[in-house]
Design a protein around this ligand. Structure first.
Ligand code: DAH
Length: 431
């Protein structure tokens, strides 16, 4: 299945298989899950040789959060590295000359000009949420793989860095909001390539209807909501992409029924732009909304921005290089990114015998902890199991800076640190 694979929806498809090689849509909702997939071993932290300065506190919407409240070296459940902590509070979506902020504003414009009853906007909700908000409130099954330490950043057993903006649906409904857009940074442990980064941005849309909205239509309320949703999102896609070919694909999310994905035909391929559906009645009832229906959608801003602005690598969104930032200085949607230069990549391979506890996400976190944004891609290029039943993995690490040429010495140094840390932290045997 070829999909433009930047993170977007995670909770789709009723199957447990990996749908793409680089991690897109790895989670899904089969009726039964292997319990071994849940609570995979935590990644021990890489404490030395960080490429990130250690940030001691961050500000999230005026609230100061201390490092020690989020990065807990002595808590076995905690798997938040400093590199991730430092991203909290960056809120790229609130920078009006940043591609993510520009795109957010373009979506706001669409909703403001097409809906007389305005959508309320929330973009400052803390990304540190309870497991109840992130999972239970949106009906994610207790044994679902997305709850694992391998996939989600846990602060403690009851607290996570939200992995989707859907985490705020229920609380906002309970507070009486009925039409809203929630934009925010979301966090997922993942593989490394040009379209995956452990922090990215989503926008959630939610719209509740009352009987007076659908009564005159003579339609079934669920159908009414589904039609309204499709009309709204087709309009949004045209607003952003112009007159494009689109198609709706039926899918599965635990929080909606029916559920859909919208794909648009872009550069000779079908690109999934968002997940959406008619909200499960249980969610509305639990929030005190009887006799209502609602639709909801969730879209990944990076994936859309990469297409709209021609941005080739997801790491660029985090760059403070003026050659990047100045290109979006006017805050316009139609701007195409002009690459300032492409520095040479440097490839390094590493092979080891894995242990049962080994996961690729843990490996990638070690590599990122050492090389930071100098790592462009981590690819499994070979694997085999020998007669004794030992499995070997060979990964190719692509080092490339977006800002300068790396020296051989620097890359060799990074690679040898990776070798040391991988052996030490992941219980593997180097070959
Ligand atoms: N939360 C989903 C994800 O991150 C995206 C999504 C799908 C949000 C459907 C929704 C929805 O509100 O109705 O994978």
């Amino acid at each position: 299945m070829t999909i433009f694979s930047v993170h977007s929806t995670i909770f789709s498809r009723a199957s447990v298989v990996l749908l793409s090689s680089n991690g897109f849509k790895r989670f899904s909702f089969a009726s039964s899950f292997s319990s071994t997939a849940v609570y995979s071993p935590r990644l021990p932290k890489v404490k030395k040789q960080r490429r990130y300065p250690i940030v001691s506190a961050v500000d999230i919407g005026g609230v100061t959060i201390a490092r020690n409240d989020v990065v807990k070296d002595d808590d076995p459940t905690n798997n938040v590295p400093d590199s991730i902590f430092s991203k909290l509070g960056m809120q790229l979506h609130r920078r009006n000359k940043h591609p993510i902020g520009i795109l957010k504003s373009a979506i706001y414009n669409y909703f403001d000009s097409n809906y007389a009853k305005k959508f309320e906007k929330f973009e400052d909700l803390s990304p540190i949420v309870t497991t109840k908000q992130n999972f239970d409130d949106v009906l994610v099954p207790a044994d679902h793989v997305s709850r694992s330490l391998n996939d989600t950043y846990y602060v403690d057993p009851q607290t996570v860095l939200r992995c989707h903006t859907s985490a705020h649906q229920a609380e906002l409904l309970r507070k009486g909001h009925s039409r809203f857009l929630v934009t925010g940074d979301v966090y997922r442990r993942d593989s490394i390539d040009s379209t995956h980064y452990p922090v990215f941005h989503q926008m959630e849309g939610f719209c509740v209807f009352s009987p007076e909205d659908w009564n005159d239509s003579g339609m079934d309320p669920t159908l009414y909501a589904a039609e309204d949703l499709k009309k709204c999102l087709e309009g949004l896609a045209r607003h952003l992409f112009g007159s494009v070919e689109m198609r709706w694909v039926d899918t599965y999310f635990p929080f909606t029924n029916p559920s859909f994905e919208l794909e648009i035909y872009f550069k000779e391929d079908w690109l999934e732009v968002l997940g959406c559906g008619v909200t499960e009645q249980v969610i509305l009832k639990q929030s005190g909304l009887e006799n209502k229906v609602a639709w909801a959608f969730g879209l990944g801003l990076e994936r859309l921005a990469m297409v709209l602005f021609d941005i080739p690598d997801i790491r660029l969104f985090w760059s403070s290089d003026e050659r990047f930032t100045s290109q979006f200085g006017k805050g316009e949607l139609g701007v195409k990114f002009k690459p300032y230069s492409k520095y040479p990549p440097c490839y390094k391979d590493i092979s080891f015998w894995i242990s049962d506890a080994f996961t690729e996400n843990n490996f990638c976190e070690v590599v990122r902890g050492i090389a930071g944004d100098l790592v462009e891609e981590v690819k499994l290029i070979d694997q085999f199991t020998n007669k004794k039943g030992m499995t070997s993995h060979c990964y190719r690490i692509v080092f490339r800076s977006m800002e300068r040429s790396l020296t051989d010495e620097e890359v060799n140094d990074l690679q040898s640190k990776v070798r040391v840390e991988v052996e030490k932290k992941l219980n593997v045997e180097l070959r």
